[in-house]
Design a protein around this ligand. Structure first.
Ligand code: WTA
Length: 652
């Protein structure tokens, strides 16, 4: 056996890994007692998180649980998020890089804390001049350009909550989110580069704006220069506004701990996205604490999270967490395989990146491309690796550990959600034994369990529903303008209000082992996880039934080697509608228009009927079995069992 095969064989068998000694010696958190401290001194132990920040006024109470589940954290405390992420670092780190930005064409920009501070002030002054006031929601529909975090922090400086809409979302999705938030200010961008081509973004924004109620002020960042048409309708140009306010200073607005820092729309079980509300004190403390304890971030690090800021991962772990700790955060505009499949490793080597936080989908792609790409680069600067967004299969975990981390870096598999604000379940990198495929125990102070349908804990090894039993500072406070839906979506299933027992339900399936390690299996509601992106089946279905000629549609997730899950659409056409290839394309285009290319169906299957129970409910589980080519489960409860054969034949 060659050395290499021996190594592979050993890794194949090994199912536990201990943190490397060299890491433990320098870790931010390396004392096992932290678990006990949080247990014995809960909720006061959470002051540890808040103490990572600068407060203008200290809190009177750590947790107010008088009106459950509307919890409040660090009650009566006052602070400003931008002051914490930028101003307070100026004395010590003014000349150090805050953001290292790498464009897809290879151009780079460095913003020191001093420079970041200057531009945030100038843009904050411009926003004010445009009439943006405290508590006005500002929508940011932008790709990965430095002006995005600058705009976020300018909003936070003046106390205007931002609502970032992922640039890959469609015009319709933008309009829906702006209307739901009653947002009358939009900051967008003329375009961006993908695989070397300039993509037009502004037309999409304008198309969306046509459906937005109210009188919207639009500001456009010029990313493409001569590669984009320069005609600007009645929009403002970001660069001109900033230039007009050169040298301006805007005092950070004092915000209450519970004041909204931002809104983030995410997919749920209904067709309407949910506006998750995060606060200034609890969220920022939580983002900073988890960045410190789990990602082990220190000011002198160069840390890189390869997510898009349009998702929660980018909010918490590209912008707020890392900048609150005064470190250098890397931002990459493009794709990992352009111009070559070693782009990420080139950046790690060039910037001497110390921590890398990415998604299992990306790791599966790296595996497929082969180890020669990382091997061509010096990755020895790396100290810690992280993953997020979807379950990671042990093979991908081990590949990451070996080929990227050289068996020298702990891997943190972090389970969390848009709603949780930050990481909830993961090993602490210097403390826990790592078990590939299992995220680990809940963080100190976080209380999670796996229960059955009646809310009782399940035995070790059995699948059940993940629940969170205690509040935590980073939790969403409500759904924007919809307290009722907040309770229905997250608290109704397992709580017993009469006994003051409130249990948060994340809608994930999971199992727990004898050591208390939790393996998250995936969503148990009608939400899909495609390449780590959350998509609601109802949103996709409503786009499909909107196409003329479609009578009914059911969307389910099927297993996908690279994406984890892929979208399968089963469609019944109206009488007289031909089931042609062009009709199929029309359906796919409708999904892209309503949501964006990330929701593009892998397959559109025309069928005369959908499998339904006698009471008329679509049996989604059967459709999933069909999509996966699995053995079909029990069909005896079906009103129309014969349809299963028909559909199976079509998909083959
Ligand atoms: C899934 C992303 C397994 C889960 C931060 C959750 C995971 C949904 C993991 C939230 C993980 C996230 N292991 N599954 N480490 N991390 N998930 O809101 O199903 O975009 O409910 O937040 O992603 O997705 P969201």
């Amino acid at each position: 056996m060659s050395d290499e095969t021996q190594l592979e064989a050993r890794l194949e068998e090994q199912d536990r890994f201990d943190p490397p000694e060299s890491f433990v010696e320098q870790a931010n958190v390396s004392d096992e007692a932290i678990y006990e401290e949080f247990e014995n001194n809960w909720p006061e132990a959470w002051e540890r998180a808040a103490e990572l920040l600068n407060w203008e006024t200290d809190w009177d109470q750590v947790l107010n649980d008088d009106d459950e589940p509307f919890y409040e954290w660090f009650v009566d405390g006052e602070l400003n998020a931008t002051e914490n992420c930028v101003d307070r670092h100026l004395d010590e780190r003014g000349d150090e890089a805050a953001i290292e930005w790498v464009g897809e064409l290879g151009e780079t920009r460095t913003y020191t804390y001093e420079e970041l501070h200057r531009e945030i002030n100038e843009f904050a002054a411009a926003l004010r001049e445009q009439g943006v006031e405290e508590d006005d929601v500002v929508t940011l529909y932008m790709p990965m350009v430095p002006e995005l975090p600058i705009a976020m922090l300018a909003c936070a400086r003046i106390g205007a909550p931002h609502s970032v809409v992922f640039a890959g979302f469609s015009a319709d999705a933008l309009a829906e989110r702006m209307n739901a938030a009653e947002s009358e200010t939009l900051v967008t961008c003329d375009g961006y580069y993908r695989r070397g081509d300039a993509l037009d973004h502004l037309s999409k924004a304008r198309e969306g704006l046509a459906d937005v109620d109210g009188d919207v002020t639009t500001i456009v960042v010029d990313r493409l220069g001569d590669d984009a048409p320069t005609d600007v309708d009645d929009e403002h140009v970001y660069g001109d506004l900033v230039a007009d306010h050169e040298g301006a200073t805007v005092e950070p607005v004092t915000r209450d701990a519970e004041d909204m820092l931002f809104l983030m729309y995410t997919s749920g079980t209904t067709g309407k996205p949910k506006g998750v509300k995060h606060t200034t004190g609890g969220y920022l403390s939580y983002a900073a604490w988890t960045s410190h304890a789990v990602l082990d971030i220190k000011p002198e690090d160069t840390y890189w999270c390869s997510a898009d800021i349009g998702w929660i991962t980018g909010h918490s772990y590209i912008v707020y967490g890392p900048l609150a700790l005064g470190t250098t955060t890397v931002m990459y505009e493009g794709t990992p395989d352009y111009p070559e499949k070693d782009r990420l490793w080139e950046i790690v080597e060039e910037y001497e990146v110390t921590q890398l936080y990415t998604a299992p989908t990306a790791i599966r792609a790296f595996m497929k491309w082969g180890p020669e790409y990382p091997e061509a680069h010096d990755l020895s600067s790396l100290r810690l690796l992280g993953t997020v967004g979807e379950p990671i299969n042990p093979r991908a975990w081990k590949w990451y550990y070996k080929h990227i981390g050289d068996e020298e870096c702990p891997v943190v598999d972090t389970w969390w959600q848009t709603e949780t604000g930050g990481m909830m379940i993961t090993t602490l990198p210097a403390l826990g034994t790592m078990k590939p495929g299992s995220a680990g125990p809940p963080l100190p102070g976080v209380s999670a369990d796996v229960v059955d349908a009646s809310g009782d804990p399940v035995e070790a090894g059995r699948a059940g529903y993940l629940v969170v039993n205690k509040p935590w500072p980073g939790m969403l406070r409500t759904l924007y303008n919809n307290d009722e839906r907040f309770i229905e979506e997250y608290w109704q299933e397992y709580s017993i209000p009469e006994r003051d027992q409130w249990v948060y339900c994340p809608e994930d399936g999971a199992k727990i082992d004898d050591d208390g390690y939790i393996t998250v299996l995936g969503r148990v509601d009608d939400v899909l996880n495609v390449s780590g992106h959350r998509l609601g089946t109802m949103e996709i279905e409503s786009a499909i039934v909107g196409v003329e000629g479609v009578a009914e549609a059911a969307v389910v997730g099927g297993d996908h080697e690279m994406k984890g899950e892929a979208v399968y659409a089963y469609v019944i056409t109206e009488d007289g509608q031909a089931e042609t290839e062009s009709f199929r394309e029309e359906i796919i285009a409708a999904v892209e228009d309503a949501i964006g290319p990330i929701a593009r169906p892998e397959a559109v299957v025309f069928t005369p009927e959908l499998p339904k129970t006698r009471s008329g409910k679509i049996m989604r589980r059967l459709l999933e079995d069909i999509a996966n080519g699995d053995e079909i489960g029990n069909t005896s409860t079906l009103r129309n069992p014969e349809v299963v054969d028909d559909i199976q034949q079509k998909i083959e």
